[in-house]
Design a protein around this ligand. Sequence first.
Ligand SMILES: CC(C)(COP(=O)(O)OP(=O)(O)OC[C@H]1O[C@@H](n2cnc3c(N)ncnc32)[C@H](O)[C@@H]1OP(=O)(O)O)[C@@H](O)C(=O)NCCC(=O)NCCS
Length: 158
Amino acid sequence: MKGIIGRLFSRQTRLSQAGPADACALAALHAASFHHGWSEDEFERLLSDRNVLAHRATAGERLAGFILSRLVVDEAEILSIAVASMGRGRGLGRQLLETHLRRLAALGARCVFLEVDAGNVSALRLYRRAGFREIGRRNSYYELGQASVALVLRRDLL
Ligand SMILES: CC(C)(COP(=O)(O)OP(=O)(O)OC[C@H]1O[C@@H](n2cnc3c(N)ncnc32)[C@H](O)[C@@H]1OP(=O)(O)O)[C@@H](O)C(=O)NCCC(=O)NCCS
């Protein structure tokens, strides 16, 4: 059943740029995807920031995924990406990331950074497949109060 719904979900998704009006939906999906959710206010601030770029994937009225990053001069940092659990593993994360990277490049970004937990297998596969390479590690990254390792990844956009 989940497979059928998931296939329908991914077939009907549309990608577009997100704005402040999406803050509530993005906060809800973020809270469902991460242990430390960001509030609607935080999303509203981010989505109103002219240096922040955000894309959303929608299936009808529902938010299926999002990605957002901050661009300063020619360097961008991906702040977050999430796909609704029902739609994961169907290429939506990759579509969002590729669309987002193309737009960042068009806006003048020459390189993109991000941090990812070393144990986040699906995110690491997504980023490595998209050409991101590890450039560092941070040991002081805490999730659920436990020390864990965050990898710093970089991809150059030519
Ligand atoms: C990370 C995330 C955005 C990926 O979205 P997605 O739509 O499932 O990604 P895709 O379907 O495009 O798959 C991307 C890669 O991850 C792999 N993958 C997806 N789900 C996986 C899983 N459960 N286990 C292992 N690999 C998985 C895919 O096989 C694919 O790798 P491949 O190209 O080598 O086959 C999604 O899992 C998510 O929202 N996770 C929770 C939030 C999160 O951790 N965000 C990243 C923070 S840095």
